[in-house]
Structures are given as structure tokens and as C-alpha cells.
Design a protein around this ligand. Structure first.
Ligand code: ATP
Ligand code: PRP
Length: 232
């Protein structure tokens, strides 16, 4: 069986991922020319590296099309239902940290918690003639957090594919769910995170797509152990 490991080909977690694999003693050489999107691990037979973007890696893990992937936990959890049944988070890698949060306009002075927001959502239609609108690209995480965890059902998700923090000022939504790391984008857009509004503390992870054939393949354990041992 060929084992495929999907690693970031670009973006903010690419270089740190390469450094972890280096430290793990899993040296990757390019297959073909230098700009190739495939590689192999020196000294390990039948292990292929596929270079993809962070969100493509989450999609491939969900489809079971790769055996391992390095990508953000947020993208993996957003990308599939029943996450823990389908994949294993083998190692948290210590970079790519970002929190997925619920943020509301700073001027909503009496809204500090999810409970306060639930009250706002319940009254919204009476007051404004429509449901509370949430801009996000994390619709699955948002639904799980609002509906399942907080029992808030009266809202509408407005899909946002970029510049989510600008949606409230632009009148496209009332509040947002997005990632933040330093907090400066939220601040610049006069948004504040609710005190219990952190949905997920994400970072880059080594993730394995659960497959029955992994159970009898010693290379699987070797790869996991090597990466776990390289995390500082
Ligand atoms: N400030 C940040 N902004 C966006 N993503 C961040 C930030 N900090 C960490 N991340 C994490 O980085 C991952 C996304 O990486 P990146 O934005 O580099 O991907 P990308 O190469 O743009 O991929 P794609 O094109 O597939 O979106 C996500 O898991 C995200 O949580
Ligand atoms: O809390 P902060 O440190 O301000 O970071 C958060 C922001 O950074 C990211 O956007 P980025 O401009 O990197 O573009 P991207 O969404 O295309 O990755 C992310 O989408 C947030 O908007």
C-alpha cells in the first residue's frame, strides 16, 4: 500500500511543517523537478508526499484520499461531520495557532456572553423584522456552537469568503464567526470577542484519516512517532 502524506504547498504553515518533518528525520526529496508538487520520504518505501493548500488538505482527509495531512484543526473540523470517527489528530505541532471566535460590534455594550447573544437573537425579528445574521466561512462550526452547544436557533448564516470582519460595517451581517490570532483585525473593525465565544483553539496538526489497512502497517506508527518526537 502507498501511504500518502499531504503537506502545505504554500501559506503560513508551509515552512514550519517542513521544519517539523526535518526534525522528525523524515527528509523529503522532490520527485521530478524542483517545482514538483510531489515528493518522497528518503529511506521509507512507498510513502508519497503530495503538496496541496491547507484547505485542500482538509478536503482530501475528509474524502479519505490521503493517509495523513498537516493542516489547521479548524479546517479539518469545519470540513467534515463526525470528525473524531473519521480522523485522528496525531500531533499538535505548535504553530499556525488561531482561535475561531464569535465577535460582535463593540457598541453592543450589553452583549458580553453567548447567553446575552441568545437574548438578542430571540428578540431580533420583533425588533428588526429579520433574523440575526452571522457572517462566516465556518458554517459547520457555527451551527454546532450556536444550535447544539448554546441552543440558539434563530439566526441566519451569511457565507463570507473573505474580509469577514468587514461584514457588519458593510451591513451584510450583524456579527461574525472567524479566526483571530493577534486580535488586530477585530479591533480595527470595532468588533469584540464574547467572553465565552471561543469556539475552537486551533493550530496546525498531523492528522490521520482512519483506515482499516493502517492497523497492520508499521510505517503508520513510525511516521506518527517521528513527528510526535519532533514537536518542541
Ligand atoms: N492569522 C491567521 N489568519 C488565517 N489563518 C491563520 C492565521 N493564523 C493561523 N492560521 C491558520 O492557518 C491555516 C490556513 O493557512 P493559510 O491561510 O496559509 O492557508 P492557505 O495556503 O491560504 O490555504 P488555502 O488557500 O487552502 O486557504 C488555518 O488552519 C488557520 O487556522
Ligand atoms: O487576529 P489577526 O492577527 O488580525 O488575524 C486574523 C486575520 O488574519 C487572517 O486574514 P489574512 O489577512 O491573513 O488573510 P486570509 O484570510 O486570506 O488568510 C484571518 O482571516 C483574519 O482576518
Amino acid at each position: 500500500m502507498t501511504i500518502t502524506i499531504a503537506l502545505p504547498s504554500k501559506g503560513r504553515i508551509k515552512d514550519d511543517t517542513a521544519a517539523v518533518f526535518d526534525r522528525a528525520g523524515l527528509a523529503i526529496s522532490a520527485v521530478g523537478n524542483d517545482r514538483s508538487y510531489r515528493g518522497r520520504i528518503d529511506g521509507m518505501e512507498g510513502v508519497e508526499v503530495a503538496y496541496l493548500s491547507a484547505s485542500e488538505i482538509a478536503r482530501e482527509l475528509a474524502a479519505g484520499a490521503v493517509d495523513f495531512g498537516v493542516t489547521g484543526e479548524d479546517l479539518v473540523r469545519e470540513g467534515m461531520a463526525e470528525v473524531d470517527a473519521n480522523v485522528e489528530f496525531c500531533a499538535r505541532l505548535g504553530f499556525g495557532q488561531a482561535d475561531v471566535v464569535v465577535a460582535v460590534p463593540e457598541i453592543w455594550l450589553d452583549v458580553e456572553t453567548m447567553e446575552d447573544l441568545g437574548d438578542v437573537a430571540a428578540d431580533f425579528r420583533t425588533r428588526h423584522g429579520r433574523r440575526l445574521a452571522i457572517a462566516t466561512k465556518y458554517w459547520r462550526l457555527t451551527q454546532q456552537f450556536f444550535s447544539r452547544q448554546h441552543g440558539i436557533q434563530l439566526y441566519r448564516i451569511v457565507e463570507s469568503l473573505g474580509a469577514t470582519e468587514g461584514a457588519p460595517a458593510a451591513g451584510q451581517a450583524d456579527i461574525i464567526v472567524d479566526i483571530t490570532s493577534t486580535g488586530s483585525t477585530l479591533k480595527a473593525n470595532h468588533l469584540k470577542v464574547l467572553s465565552d465565544g471561543v469556539i475552537l483553539k486551533s493550530e496546525a496538526c498531523l492528522v490521520r484519516a482512519r483506515k482499516p489497512e493502517h492497523d497492520r502497517d508499521p510505517r503508520i506508527g513510525r511516521i506518527i512517532q517521528a513527528v510526535q518526537g519532533a514537536v518542541i
